[in-house]
Ligand binder design. Structure first.
Ligand SMILES: NC(=O)c1ccc[n+]([C@@H]2O[C@H](COP(=O)([O-])OP(=O)(O)OC[C@H]3O[C@@H](n4cnc5c(N)ncnc54)[C@H](O)[C@@H]3O)[C@@H](O)[C@H]2O)c1
Length: 437
């Protein structure tokens, strides 16, 4: 046992600002409202249902995570957000079509009270979208100051003690890091000049970090994953996490691939295709937004299989990812994976996976857990990249000198060991020799 880290109490209201009130956000918000009224269960949420083993297996200490670390209570969360559409959260949830109308009816008045603030939006970064609820400003710096004013006004209006911001907006076009993103100074100058290298998502992330808010990016955009933001996060003591929530096909990939590798089965090809009919699918139908998503989805296998260490097994892997926009399915995505394996003496085998999932049903618990764990991190004095939250993300943010950890089981161990460390409990190594000595 070591001494526990000092964590400020989770008392008072927690303001949760979601950028984009689309399928994922409205499913999260309506879900939390239903759960706290006892109308539904938080299935898929580690913070609400997960347990953590403490000490030796013989000790029988396995509390719920929410009883082990001081997380904010769902009752203390107040939701707000921005969107380019003027619909309130109830109407937006109806448009998204994820949750049943009867379920939304049960929390209707609470949902209607969540009205989107005017967004920072520029269609050049999300080509398939346009909407009326958009801020005007003389430059991007001015827009960032308006977002900061929104954060402060929301905090005062709802009497929040703490705030968290999550980008749940659409996937922006593919962008690479440039000199503009190198330092806080260069970034702020570029804001002033409305430089093209600053998409809308960066304006929000900058505003959040300037206010010392924890920030997470649920989409694959570059957003906060640039040196200027990391410097700002360190300066303002903001924890950050991302990028791109690990749901659907990539979740399954990071469950199956570590198993194949553990048994040293070779993989020659992994072909993944999806049909998806929600607004996210429509945005991803634009090749520039798809490129951002594709890059995010493709990296997981490379890191899990480590072809440089196992060239005979994985160096020739062909990995193809397709997303096809197919409106009849709405949010109910269907994914197919064909995996071409090689076993003993080089004999080929195949594995087929057909996942009929619900995208936002898988995403909502990630948004909730990210909010609660980032708020915990902030109160525990942890700032910058929270690698222990890699568990939730397709392209986990990581320090420049290390590779990202994609294996879901290592990620979970890292997450739980971080919680043990925070509370001064022994880390679990799974060595277990003491049971046999
Ligand atoms: N399982 C999942 O659903 C999943 C998984 C991983 C990542 N994501 C990512 O999360 C994001 C949200 O997914 P979704 O299904 O809710 O999409 P969605 O299209 O239903 O919602 C996105 C919302 O963001 C709004 N928006 C876009 N740009 C904005 C801006 N600059 N300011 C304010 N609002 C803005 C749009 O108007 C829309 O309402 C997408 O980028 C998606 O790729 C989703």
């Amino acid at each position: 046992m070591t001494s526990p880290v000092q964590i400020a109490p989770a008392s008072g209201k927690l303001g949760v600002l979601l950028v984009g009130l689309g399928a994922v956000s409205t499913t999260t918000i309506a879900g939390v409202m239903a759960i706290r009224r006892g109308l539904a269960r938080p299935i898929g949420s580690l913070t609400q249902m997960g347990t953590i083993r403490l000490g030796k297996r013989t000790e029988g200490r396995t509390p719920k995570i929410k009883d082990f670390v001081p997380l904010a209570s769902l009752d203390d969360i107040v939701f707000g957000g921005w969107d380019i559409f003027e619909e309130d959260c109830y109407a937006a949830a109806r448009t998204a079509g994820v949750l049943e109308p009867a379920q939304l009816e049960q929390v209707r008045s609470e949902l209607e009270a969540v009205k989107p603030m005017p967004a920072v939006f520029d269609q050049r970064y999300v080509k398939r979208l346009d909407g009326p609820n958009v801020k005007k400003g003389k430059n991007k710096r001015d827009l960032a100051e308006q977002v900061i004013a929104d954060i402060r006004a929301f905090k005062a209006k709802h009497g929040c003690d703490r705030m968290v911001m999550i980008w749940c907006g659409s996937t922006e076009v593919y962008m690479k890091e440039t000199a503009v993103h190198a330092t806080i100074d260069s970034f702020e100058k570029a804001l002033e000049q409305s430089d093209d290298a600053i998409p809308s998502s960066m304006v929000y992330a900058y505003a959040a970090l300037r206010e010392g808010l924890p920030f997470a990016n649920a989409a694959p955009n570059l957003t906060a994953d640039i040196p200027a933001m990391l410097q700002l996060a360190a300066k303002m003591k903001s924890p950050i996490a991302g990028n791109d929530m690990k749901t659907g096909q990539t979740l399954i990939k990071t469950i199956i691939a570590p198993g194949l590798k553990a048994r040293l089965l070779g993989v020659r090809g992994w072909y993944s295709t999806n049909i998806l009919g929600n607004r996210d699918g429509e945005v991803l139908d634009d090749p520039e937004s798809f490129k951002t998503k594709e890059e995010s989805k493709k990296s997981a296998l490379d890191y899990i299989f480590q072809p440089h260490l196992y060239p005979e097994l994985y160096a020739d892997l062909t990995h193809v990812v397709r997303i096809n926009y197919y409106p009849p399915r709405g949010d109910n995505k269907e994914g197919w994976d064909n995996i071409d394996l090689i076993g003993w003496l080089g004999y080929p085998m195949q594995l087929k996976i057909n996942f009929l999932c619900r995208d936002s049903i898988l995403a909502a618990p990630i948004v909730l857990d990210s909010v609660l764990f980032l708020d915990l991190a902030k109160r525990a004095g942890m700032s910058g990249i929270q690698e222990w939250l890699s568990f939730y993300y397709k392209s986990p943010m990581h320090a420049p000198e290390v590779y990202p950890e994609h294996d879901l089981f290592i990620q979970l161990m890292k997450l739980k060991n971080t919680l043990r460390y925070l509370q001064g409990e022994d880390l679990i190594t799974h060595l277990g020799r003491e049971y046999y000595d």
